[in-house]
Design a binder for this molecule. Structure first.
Ligand code: PEP
Ligand code: MN
Length: 337
Protein backbone atom coordinates (compact mmCIF):
# COMPACT_ATOMS: atom_id res chain seq x y z
CA UNK A 1 0.00 0.00 0.00
CA UNK A 2 1.18 3.53 -0.75
CA UNK A 3 -0.05 6.45 1.34
CA UNK A 4 0.42 9.88 -0.21
CA UNK A 5 0.29 12.79 2.25
CA UNK A 6 -1.12 16.19 1.28
CA UNK A 7 1.39 18.76 0.03
CA UNK A 8 2.66 20.71 3.03
CA UNK A 9 1.13 18.37 5.63
CA UNK A 10 3.08 18.59 8.89
CA UNK A 11 5.59 15.83 9.62
CA UNK A 12 3.62 14.95 12.78
CA UNK A 13 0.65 13.85 10.63
CA UNK A 14 2.85 11.33 8.80
CA UNK A 15 4.31 10.24 12.14
CA UNK A 16 0.82 9.51 13.49
CA UNK A 17 0.18 7.24 10.56
CA UNK A 18 3.53 5.51 10.91
CA UNK A 19 2.76 4.86 14.58
CA UNK A 20 -0.67 3.45 13.72
CA UNK A 21 0.79 1.12 11.07
CA UNK A 22 3.52 -0.10 13.41
CA UNK A 23 0.90 -0.94 16.03
CA UNK A 24 -0.67 -3.20 13.40
CA UNK A 25 2.69 -4.96 12.87
CA UNK A 26 3.18 -3.46 9.42
CA UNK A 27 6.41 -1.90 8.22
CA UNK A 28 5.96 1.71 7.07
CA UNK A 29 8.77 3.13 4.93
CA UNK A 30 8.43 6.93 4.77
CA UNK A 31 9.94 9.00 1.98
CA UNK A 32 10.11 12.62 3.09
CA UNK A 33 10.15 14.76 -0.05
CA UNK A 34 10.40 18.52 -0.39
CA UNK A 35 6.70 19.05 -1.08
CA UNK A 36 5.11 15.96 0.35
CA UNK A 37 5.66 12.69 2.14
CA UNK A 38 4.87 9.25 0.74
CA UNK A 39 4.64 6.20 3.00
CA UNK A 40 5.13 2.76 1.48
CA UNK A 41 3.63 0.03 3.65
CA UNK A 42 5.13 -3.45 3.74
CA UNK A 43 2.96 -6.26 5.12
CA UNK A 44 -0.57 -7.65 4.77
CA UNK A 45 -2.35 -4.58 3.46
CA UNK A 46 -5.68 -6.37 3.02
CA UNK A 47 -6.18 -6.16 6.78
CA UNK A 48 -6.08 -2.38 6.58
CA UNK A 49 -9.12 -0.23 6.01
CA UNK A 50 -8.42 2.14 3.12
CA UNK A 51 -11.32 4.31 4.22
CA UNK A 52 -9.86 4.69 7.71
CA UNK A 53 -6.42 5.66 6.40
CA UNK A 54 -7.92 8.06 3.87
CA UNK A 55 -9.83 9.74 6.66
CA UNK A 56 -6.69 10.36 8.75
CA UNK A 57 -5.51 13.98 8.95
CA UNK A 58 -3.01 14.97 6.28
CA UNK A 59 -3.69 12.04 3.94
CA UNK A 60 -4.37 12.83 0.29
CA UNK A 61 -4.81 9.34 -1.13
CA UNK A 62 -4.18 5.68 -0.45
CA UNK A 63 -3.31 3.21 -3.19
CA UNK A 64 -3.38 -0.56 -3.09
CA UNK A 65 -0.45 -2.54 -4.42
CA UNK A 66 -2.01 -6.00 -4.24
CA UNK A 67 -5.53 -7.08 -5.19
CA UNK A 68 -8.13 -6.92 -2.40
CA UNK A 69 -8.78 -10.66 -2.65
CA UNK A 70 -6.20 -13.16 -1.54
CA UNK A 71 -7.39 -16.76 -1.81
CA UNK A 72 -8.91 -16.18 -5.25
CA UNK A 73 -5.78 -14.41 -6.45
CA UNK A 74 -3.04 -15.77 -8.65
CA UNK A 75 -0.50 -13.84 -6.58
CA UNK A 76 -0.98 -16.22 -3.66
CA UNK A 77 -1.89 -19.34 -5.68
CA UNK A 78 -0.06 -19.34 -9.03
CA UNK A 79 -1.09 -22.79 -10.24
CA UNK A 80 -4.46 -23.23 -11.99
CA UNK A 81 -7.25 -24.80 -9.99
CA UNK A 82 -8.93 -27.86 -11.46
CA UNK A 83 -12.26 -28.83 -9.95
CA UNK A 84 -13.48 -32.37 -10.22
CA UNK A 85 -17.18 -33.16 -10.47
CA UNK A 86 -18.04 -36.81 -11.05
CA UNK A 87 -14.82 -37.38 -12.96
CA UNK A 88 -15.16 -34.19 -15.03
CA UNK A 89 -12.14 -31.93 -14.56
CA UNK A 90 -13.26 -28.31 -14.81
CA UNK A 91 -10.31 -26.06 -15.62
CA UNK A 92 -8.38 -28.77 -17.48
CA UNK A 93 -7.91 -29.07 -21.26
CA UNK A 94 -11.30 -30.81 -21.31
CA UNK A 95 -13.99 -28.14 -21.75
CA UNK A 96 -16.86 -28.31 -19.25
CA UNK A 97 -20.15 -28.04 -21.10
CA UNK A 98 -23.20 -27.57 -18.89
CA UNK A 99 -26.48 -27.73 -20.67
CA UNK A 100 -30.19 -28.29 -20.17
CA UNK A 101 -33.38 -26.31 -19.82
CA UNK A 102 -33.67 -23.00 -18.02
CA UNK A 103 -36.21 -24.56 -15.63
CA UNK A 104 -37.05 -28.13 -14.75
CA UNK A 105 -40.68 -28.40 -15.88
CA UNK A 106 -41.53 -32.12 -16.04
CA UNK A 107 -39.98 -35.59 -16.14
CA UNK A 108 -40.71 -35.88 -19.81
CA UNK A 109 -39.13 -32.52 -20.66
CA UNK A 110 -35.95 -33.34 -18.70
CA UNK A 111 -35.76 -36.83 -20.14
CA UNK A 112 -35.96 -35.57 -23.71
CA UNK A 113 -33.33 -32.90 -23.03
CA UNK A 114 -30.93 -35.21 -21.17
CA UNK A 115 -31.24 -38.03 -23.69
CA UNK A 116 -30.32 -35.73 -26.58
CA UNK A 117 -27.58 -33.93 -24.65
CA UNK A 118 -25.89 -37.07 -23.36
CA UNK A 119 -25.87 -38.50 -26.89
CA UNK A 120 -24.11 -35.34 -28.08
CA UNK A 121 -21.51 -35.71 -25.31
CA UNK A 122 -22.67 -33.27 -22.61
CA UNK A 123 -21.81 -34.51 -19.13
CA UNK A 124 -23.31 -31.83 -16.89
CA UNK A 125 -27.09 -31.37 -16.86
CA UNK A 126 -28.54 -28.05 -15.77
CA UNK A 127 -32.09 -27.20 -14.75
CA UNK A 128 -33.47 -24.62 -12.35
CA UNK A 129 -35.75 -25.90 -9.60
CA UNK A 130 -35.84 -22.58 -7.72
CA UNK A 131 -36.09 -19.77 -10.23
CA UNK A 132 -35.13 -16.13 -9.61
CA UNK A 133 -37.87 -14.46 -11.66
CA UNK A 134 -38.24 -10.72 -12.01
CA UNK A 135 -41.95 -10.82 -11.17
CA UNK A 136 -43.73 -12.89 -8.53
CA UNK A 137 -46.41 -14.15 -10.96
CA UNK A 138 -43.92 -15.79 -13.34
CA UNK A 139 -43.14 -19.52 -13.00
CA UNK A 140 -41.09 -19.92 -9.83
CA UNK A 141 -39.81 -23.46 -10.43
CA UNK A 142 -40.95 -26.86 -9.19
CA UNK A 143 -38.82 -26.74 -6.02
CA UNK A 144 -38.23 -30.14 -4.42
CA UNK A 145 -40.03 -31.94 -7.23
CA UNK A 146 -37.71 -30.24 -9.71
CA UNK A 147 -34.61 -31.31 -7.77
CA UNK A 148 -35.83 -34.90 -7.74
CA UNK A 149 -36.56 -34.89 -11.47
CA UNK A 150 -33.12 -33.40 -12.19
CA UNK A 151 -31.39 -36.07 -10.09
CA UNK A 152 -33.38 -38.98 -11.47
CA UNK A 153 -32.87 -37.89 -15.08
CA UNK A 154 -29.16 -37.25 -14.62
CA UNK A 155 -28.69 -40.67 -13.03
CA UNK A 156 -30.45 -42.34 -15.94
CA UNK A 157 -27.97 -40.77 -18.39
CA UNK A 158 -24.92 -40.81 -16.07
CA UNK A 159 -24.67 -37.04 -15.96
CA UNK A 160 -23.64 -34.64 -13.19
CA UNK A 161 -26.08 -31.91 -12.17
CA UNK A 162 -26.07 -28.19 -11.50
CA UNK A 163 -28.94 -26.12 -10.12
CA UNK A 164 -29.36 -22.64 -8.66
CA UNK A 165 -29.53 -22.00 -4.91
CA UNK A 166 -31.75 -19.05 -4.10
CA UNK A 167 -32.15 -19.44 -0.38
CA UNK A 168 -30.05 -20.77 2.50
CA UNK A 169 -33.12 -22.73 3.67
CA UNK A 170 -32.89 -24.95 0.56
CA UNK A 171 -29.18 -25.56 0.83
CA UNK A 172 -29.18 -28.89 2.73
CA UNK A 173 -31.60 -30.42 0.28
CA UNK A 174 -29.81 -29.08 -2.79
CA UNK A 175 -26.38 -30.19 -1.53
CA UNK A 176 -27.73 -33.69 -1.00
CA UNK A 177 -29.55 -34.00 -4.31
CA UNK A 178 -27.37 -32.02 -6.69
CA UNK A 179 -23.67 -32.17 -7.56
CA UNK A 180 -22.95 -28.52 -8.23
CA UNK A 181 -24.44 -25.36 -6.79
CA UNK A 182 -25.14 -22.33 -8.94
CA UNK A 183 -25.18 -18.85 -7.45
CA UNK A 184 -27.13 -16.71 -9.88
CA UNK A 185 -26.28 -13.22 -11.05
CA UNK A 186 -28.91 -11.72 -8.76
CA UNK A 187 -27.29 -13.31 -5.73
CA UNK A 188 -23.62 -12.70 -6.47
CA UNK A 189 -23.47 -10.29 -3.56
CA UNK A 190 -25.82 -12.17 -1.23
CA UNK A 191 -23.02 -12.43 1.29
CA UNK A 192 -24.86 -14.68 3.76
CA UNK A 193 -25.60 -17.15 0.97
CA UNK A 194 -21.97 -17.01 -0.19
CA UNK A 195 -20.76 -17.74 3.35
CA UNK A 196 -23.11 -20.70 3.66
CA UNK A 197 -22.16 -22.30 0.33
CA UNK A 198 -18.59 -21.70 1.46
CA UNK A 199 -19.21 -24.13 4.32
CA UNK A 200 -20.30 -26.91 1.94
CA UNK A 201 -18.29 -29.31 -0.19
CA UNK A 202 -20.25 -29.13 -3.46
CA UNK A 203 -18.50 -27.19 -6.21
CA UNK A 204 -20.05 -23.76 -6.69
CA UNK A 205 -20.52 -22.00 -10.00
CA UNK A 206 -20.65 -18.30 -9.23
CA UNK A 207 -22.27 -16.14 -11.89
CA UNK A 208 -21.18 -12.55 -12.34
CA UNK A 209 -23.69 -10.03 -11.04
CA UNK A 210 -25.22 -7.93 -13.79
CA UNK A 211 -23.57 -4.76 -12.53
CA UNK A 212 -20.59 -6.26 -10.73
CA UNK A 213 -17.03 -5.20 -11.45
CA UNK A 214 -14.34 -7.86 -11.83
CA UNK A 215 -13.00 -6.99 -8.36
CA UNK A 216 -16.47 -7.44 -6.87
CA UNK A 217 -16.83 -10.73 -8.76
CA UNK A 218 -13.54 -12.04 -7.38
CA UNK A 219 -14.33 -10.76 -3.89
CA UNK A 220 -17.60 -12.72 -4.03
CA UNK A 221 -15.53 -15.82 -4.87
CA UNK A 222 -13.26 -14.90 -1.95
CA UNK A 223 -16.28 -15.07 0.39
CA UNK A 224 -16.89 -18.69 -0.65
CA UNK A 225 -13.24 -19.78 -0.52
CA UNK A 226 -12.51 -18.04 2.77
CA UNK A 227 -15.37 -19.96 4.35
CA UNK A 228 -13.78 -23.27 3.39
CA UNK A 229 -15.01 -24.22 -0.09
CA UNK A 230 -12.20 -23.91 -2.61
CA UNK A 231 -14.23 -25.40 -5.44
CA UNK A 232 -15.37 -22.22 -7.13
CA UNK A 233 -15.98 -21.88 -10.86
CA UNK A 234 -16.63 -18.39 -12.16
CA UNK A 235 -19.19 -17.74 -14.89
CA UNK A 236 -19.35 -14.65 -17.08
CA UNK A 237 -23.00 -14.21 -18.06
CA UNK A 238 -23.02 -10.67 -19.36
CA UNK A 239 -23.55 -7.33 -17.71
CA UNK A 240 -26.19 -4.66 -18.09
CA UNK A 241 -25.29 -1.78 -20.34
CA UNK A 242 -27.24 0.80 -22.35
CA UNK A 243 -27.49 -1.70 -25.23
CA UNK A 244 -31.04 -2.93 -25.81
CA UNK A 245 -30.56 -5.23 -28.79
CA UNK A 246 -29.12 -7.98 -26.60
CA UNK A 247 -30.42 -9.06 -23.18
CA UNK A 248 -27.00 -8.36 -21.66
CA UNK A 249 -23.60 -7.33 -22.98
CA UNK A 250 -21.39 -10.40 -22.92
CA UNK A 251 -18.07 -9.12 -21.62
CA UNK A 252 -15.66 -11.71 -22.97
CA UNK A 253 -12.55 -9.78 -21.98
CA UNK A 254 -13.43 -10.97 -18.47
CA UNK A 255 -12.11 -14.41 -19.40
CA UNK A 256 -8.47 -13.56 -20.20
CA UNK A 257 -8.49 -10.88 -17.50
CA UNK A 258 -9.68 -13.29 -14.82
CA UNK A 259 -7.01 -15.71 -16.00
CA UNK A 260 -4.40 -13.00 -15.32
CA UNK A 261 -5.79 -12.27 -11.87
CA UNK A 262 -7.03 -15.60 -10.56
CA UNK A 263 -6.34 -19.33 -10.56
CA UNK A 264 -10.05 -20.20 -10.66
CA UNK A 265 -11.67 -21.75 -13.74
CA UNK A 266 -14.05 -19.50 -15.65
CA UNK A 267 -16.81 -20.52 -18.00
CA UNK A 268 -19.13 -18.42 -20.18
CA UNK A 269 -22.92 -18.41 -20.47
CA UNK A 270 -23.69 -17.07 -23.95
CA UNK A 271 -27.40 -17.85 -23.48
CA UNK A 272 -28.09 -15.28 -20.76
CA UNK A 273 -25.17 -13.24 -22.08
CA UNK A 274 -27.04 -12.45 -25.29
CA UNK A 275 -30.62 -13.65 -24.76
CA UNK A 276 -30.72 -14.32 -28.50
CA UNK A 277 -30.58 -17.75 -30.10
CA UNK A 278 -28.92 -16.47 -33.26
CA UNK A 279 -25.88 -15.17 -31.34
CA UNK A 280 -25.17 -18.16 -29.13
CA UNK A 281 -22.96 -20.12 -31.51
CA UNK A 282 -20.73 -17.19 -32.40
CA UNK A 283 -20.30 -16.21 -28.76
CA UNK A 284 -19.63 -19.82 -27.73
CA UNK A 285 -16.84 -20.01 -30.29
CA UNK A 286 -15.45 -16.67 -29.14
CA UNK A 287 -15.59 -17.77 -25.50
CA UNK A 288 -13.57 -20.90 -26.20
CA UNK A 289 -11.15 -19.01 -28.40
CA UNK A 290 -10.41 -16.50 -25.62
CA UNK A 291 -9.69 -19.21 -23.07
CA UNK A 292 -12.95 -20.12 -21.32
CA UNK A 293 -12.89 -23.43 -19.46
CA UNK A 294 -16.41 -24.29 -20.52
CA UNK A 295 -19.86 -23.08 -21.45
CA UNK A 296 -23.34 -23.03 -20.00
CA UNK A 297 -25.99 -23.19 -22.73
CA UNK A 298 -29.74 -23.54 -22.27
CA UNK A 299 -31.36 -26.32 -24.31
CA UNK A 300 -35.05 -27.23 -24.19
CA UNK A 301 -36.78 -30.02 -26.16
CA UNK A 302 -39.51 -27.60 -27.16
CA UNK A 303 -38.44 -23.99 -26.46
CA UNK A 304 -41.71 -22.37 -27.61
CA UNK A 305 -43.56 -23.83 -24.66
CA UNK A 306 -40.78 -23.28 -22.10
CA UNK A 307 -41.99 -21.81 -18.81
CA UNK A 308 -39.00 -19.45 -18.61
CA UNK A 309 -36.54 -17.95 -21.10
CA UNK A 310 -38.37 -19.41 -24.13
CA UNK A 311 -36.76 -16.90 -26.49
CA UNK A 312 -33.18 -17.97 -25.83
CA UNK A 313 -33.25 -21.75 -25.45
CA UNK A 314 -31.89 -23.88 -28.28
CA UNK A 315 -33.52 -27.09 -29.48
CA UNK A 316 -31.38 -30.22 -29.14
CA UNK A 317 -30.83 -30.17 -32.93
CA UNK A 318 -29.68 -26.56 -32.90
CA UNK A 319 -27.36 -27.35 -30.00
CA UNK A 320 -25.96 -30.41 -31.77
CA UNK A 321 -24.99 -28.29 -34.77
CA UNK A 322 -23.37 -25.68 -32.53
CA UNK A 323 -21.49 -28.35 -30.56
CA UNK A 324 -20.03 -29.87 -33.74
CA UNK A 325 -18.88 -26.44 -34.87
CA UNK A 326 -17.00 -25.89 -31.60
CA UNK A 327 -14.64 -28.78 -32.20
CA UNK A 328 -12.29 -26.93 -34.53
CA UNK A 329 -12.10 -23.89 -32.23
CA UNK A 330 -11.41 -26.08 -29.22
CA UNK A 331 -8.63 -27.90 -31.07
CA UNK A 332 -7.10 -24.57 -32.12
CA UNK A 333 -6.64 -23.58 -28.46
CA UNK A 334 -5.53 -27.05 -27.34
CA UNK A 335 -8.80 -27.90 -25.64
CA UNK A 336 -11.06 -30.90 -26.02
CA UNK A 337 -14.83 -31.08 -26.11
C1 PEP B 1 -29.82 -19.29 -14.92
O1 PEP B 1 -28.74 -19.69 -15.34
O2 PEP B 1 -30.81 -20.01 -14.79
C2 PEP B 1 -29.99 -17.85 -14.53
C3 PEP B 1 -31.06 -17.42 -13.91
O3 PEP B 1 -28.95 -17.09 -14.91
P1 PEP B 1 -28.44 -15.66 -14.34
O4 PEP B 1 -28.34 -15.81 -12.86
O5 PEP B 1 -27.13 -15.51 -15.03
O6 PEP B 1 -29.47 -14.65 -14.79
MN1 MN C 1 -32.63 -18.96 -17.99
Amino acid sequence: MIIVMKAGAEKSKAENIIEELEKKNLKPVPLFGIERTVIAVIGEERDLSMGHLEAMPGVEKVMRVVEPYKLASKQTHPEKTIIEVNGIKIGSEQLAIMSGPCSVESEEQMDQAAKALSEIGVKILRGGAFKPRTGPYAFQGLGTEGLDILRKTANKYSMATITEVLDIRHLDEICEKCDMLQIGARNMQNFQLLKEVGKRKNPVMLKRGMSATIDEFLLAAEYIISNGNENVILCERGIRTFEKKTRNTLALATVPLVKELSHLPIIVDPTHGTGKKSLIEAMSKAAIACGADGLMIEVHPNPEVAKSDAQQQLTPDEFKKLYKNLEAIAAAVNKKL
